[in-house]
Design a binder for this molecule. Sequence first.
Ligand SMILES: Cc1ncc(COP(=O)(O)O)c(C=O)c1O
Length: 394
Amino acid sequence: MVVISQQIREFRKSSSWIRKMFEAGIELKRKYGVNKVCDFSLGNPDLMPPDEFQYFLEEESKKTGPFLHGYMPNAGYVETREAVAESLRKEIGVDFTRDDVVMTCGAAGAMNVVLKSILNPGESVVILSPYFVEYKFYVLNHNGKIVVSETDERFLPDIADLESRIDGNTRAVIVNTPNNPTGRAYDEAILKQVGELLREKSKKYGKPIFLISDEPYRKIVFSDSKYFAPVKFYENTVIVTSFSKDLSIPGERIGYIAVNPVMENKEELIDACIFCNRILGFINAPALMQRVIRNVIEFSVDVEVYEKRRNLLFESLKDMGYDIVKPEGTFYMFPRSPIDDDVEFSKVLREELVLVTPGVGFGRAGYFRISFCVDEKVIEKSLERFERAIRKIR
Ligand SMILES: Cc1ncc(COP(=O)(O)O)c(C=O)c1O
């Protein structure tokens, strides 16, 4: 007897290989022992949250009083939204106020709220391949249509391709910099071009085409690179982000939406987001977390640790003959598979007890993702295995 909807059955089928990979990993660990397996498949940050987070978590949890754990305005606490706006003013240099900010259940919650707020049935959202796989489901959640634009071989937006994907039916383009799965951070020149293109297309079609900037890795940028904020280059930009990665607290589900203060009719969009936060059942972002993060908004995990891992992995794999675009941030890298079939190469690595994610799952076959939120010792242990794997097929 079928008990679930046709749509969810389809969703589950199309993401079933991810589950298969996950299950294969569990099986491998059961058979050989957790310490024998080098698992680079998960994006779950392994660094401890900053000490300041622990301190304020304890302080805030000691407090008592009426309504401390009660409902609040759906946008979140005024003081938290003020702290977010202030941090954005300092960090990005754009004049956000607390009224431009809506607190959410992580970046995923924020993305769903924005898509719910803007999409008419059948309107399209352009995503850039390789992409964070959940985007597809989020867009379909709100009856939108996915259109994929391929990035170039350096994983930067291909402006000509992007232009060809935008038409009168386009409602939004999603960008993610620094990027999961490639680790690329977009430079100023490319963001300028994206902004100009969307401005021109919005004018042509007589409606705003939104740029949704998904930024959970904004603070995880390495010392040899620089972060440029998409919101500075295009007026119809909406930021969706979280503290999941920079504070290492993804399980706490805390993030926010920030609407570009210069956007025309921004009040209507912000009101819609507040309403959708409510009707999607999030109601508001977790109260305790909102009280904690407003005190630690300036802090982040030690990005140098990720940078050291990036250096070790990148230099070592390159020396072995892997073809990789150097990641500038995040804790991911996306090497080319030495054989065309990335699923097959992932199996070769699995025989070496190394778990990675095939690129096909991110919409770019022929590559694979390494997530290096694992201890350095795991990376060191994995190196001779990566070397054996590439030798096997050469
Ligand atoms: C690109 C990207 N966007 C959004 C998310 C979701 O983040 P959150 O846990 O804050 O919802 C992730 C999580 O891995 C991600 O990689």
